[in-house]
Design a binder for this molecule. Sequence first.
Ligand SMILES: *Cc1c(COP(=O)(O)O)cnc(C)c1O
Length: 474
Amino acid sequence: MHPVLQHDFDTLGDILQQARDTAVSFIDSLPDRSTCPPLTAQQLKAGDDLLPEHGVGAEAALHDFWDKYAEGFSASAGPRYFGFVTGGGTPASIAADWLVSAIDQNTQLHFDSVSPAIELATISQLKQLLGLPADQCGSFVTGATMANVVSMAIARQWLGKQRGIDVAQQGLHALGPVRVLAAAAHSSSVKGLSMLGIGRDALENVATLPGSEAIDPQALEQALQRHPDAPTLVLASAGTVNTVAFDDLPTLLKLREKYNFWLHVDAAFGGVAAASEKFAHLLEGWQLADSITIDAHKWLNVPYDSAIQFTREAHLALQVEVFQNHSAYLEPPSVRPDNYLHLTPENSRRFRALPVWMALKAYGRAGLAEVVERNVELAALFARNIEEMQGFHLLAPVTLNVVCFALDDADSSTESVARRNRFLSRLDNAGVVRCTSTSLNGKPGMRAALVNWMTAEHDIELALASIKACRAER
Ligand SMILES: *Cc1c(COP(=O)(O)O)cnc(C)c1O
C-alpha cells in the first residue's frame, strides 16, 4: 500500500473526527452564515488547484479544503435560505448519509445485502406517511428530475403497449409522436421530454383555472377530445413552484377513465404535505396516479441527492421492460419491487434510502408533520408581513409554503425586471435571507419557499427586517 494511504488507514478515526468537527461547526454556523456569500475569490482559488504529484494525506487535505473554501459555501441548508425549493439535512439524515458512505453498499439486487430490503421497507413506510396505497411501488433516484424521467419512460412504454408496440425494444419512432398535456409542468419534465426523445415540442400547454396555476379540467377535456386516439401523457402538478397549486386529481382521474391517458403527478415537494393531516386532502386522488414524483432532499430534509419515483404495481412489468439490464455477470431481470437494477436508470446505486429510513425512525410521522405545519404557518406569517410592508405586494394568495411577491408597481417592462434584480442583489449582499426570482402572469416577482426543518419565527423576523432594509434603492 502507498505509505500515505497506509498512514490514513492507520489514522482513520482521527480523520473522521476532523470531518465531524468541521461538519458540526459548519452546521452550528448556519444561522449566522451568509445565504449568498461572495464567491469570486474561492472560485479563482479552485481554478488554481493543480494535481499534486505527491499527496498530503487526508488530514492535511481536509484542512486545506476548509481553509481555502469554507467562506464560499452558502447557508443553503440553513433556516433562512428560501431560494428555489431547498431543504436541509436533519441530524438523523446527516448521520445516516455518512454511514451510507462508510458502509458503501451497491443497492442493486435483492440478494446482495440487506440494503435493498431496507430500501423496500423505507418505501413502505413512506407510503404510510403519505397515505399512498400498498400497490404503489417505489424506488429511490437522484432527484425529482430523474423521477419525472423514469415516470415518463414508463408512460412511453405503456402508451406503446396499448398499440402493440414495444418502445423499449423498437424505439420511439415505432410509436410516433406522443402528446403531452400540462398546465404548469416543471421545467425538469420538459428537460425529461428532451432526454426521452419525446421532444420538448410535444408539450401542449393547457389553460389554467382563472387566477390559478392549476389545470382547467374543461380545457383539458377539450384538448383530449381533439385527438382522442393519440398516445397521451398528462403531467399533473401537486404543488407548483410559484404558487403551490394542486391540480384537481379526482377530476383528472375521471377524465382518464374516458380518454385512457397516462397520469403522472409531479409532487416533488407538495407531496410531503400529505404527512400532515391538515393538508393530506390536497393530494386526494394521487393514490390512483400511474406514476408519482416525490423529492426527499426538499421537504423531507435529507441531504442531496434523493427522490422517490412511484409507479402502480400493475405497471411494474413495463418498468422492467424499460430498465432491465442483461449481462452474463448479472442476475437476469425479474419483476420484483426490490431488484432496483432493473427498475431505475442506474447500474450501481448508492444506498440512498438510509437517510430517509433514519429520519422516519428518528422523528416519526409527528416529527415530519411538525416541520411541514411549521413551514406553512411561517409562510403565512411572512406573507401577512409582506402584504403590510410598504413597497411590496403578494403576487398570489399563499396556500401552503411558498410566498410569491413583487415590488410595488411591478410590470412586464425591462426596467421593472431590472429593479427587481437590483433589489434581490441588495438582499443577497446582506446575506440574511435568500429569495429567488420568478415571474407570474408576466410580472417579475420573487419567491420565498419554506421547507427547512430549522426555520423558526425568529428567522421570519430577521428575513423581514432585511427585506425592509434593502427595499430602498441607494
Ligand atoms: C424541484 C422540483 C423538481 C426538480 O427536482 P430536482 O430534485 O431538483 O431534480 C421537479 N418538480 C418540482 C415540482 C420541483 O419542485
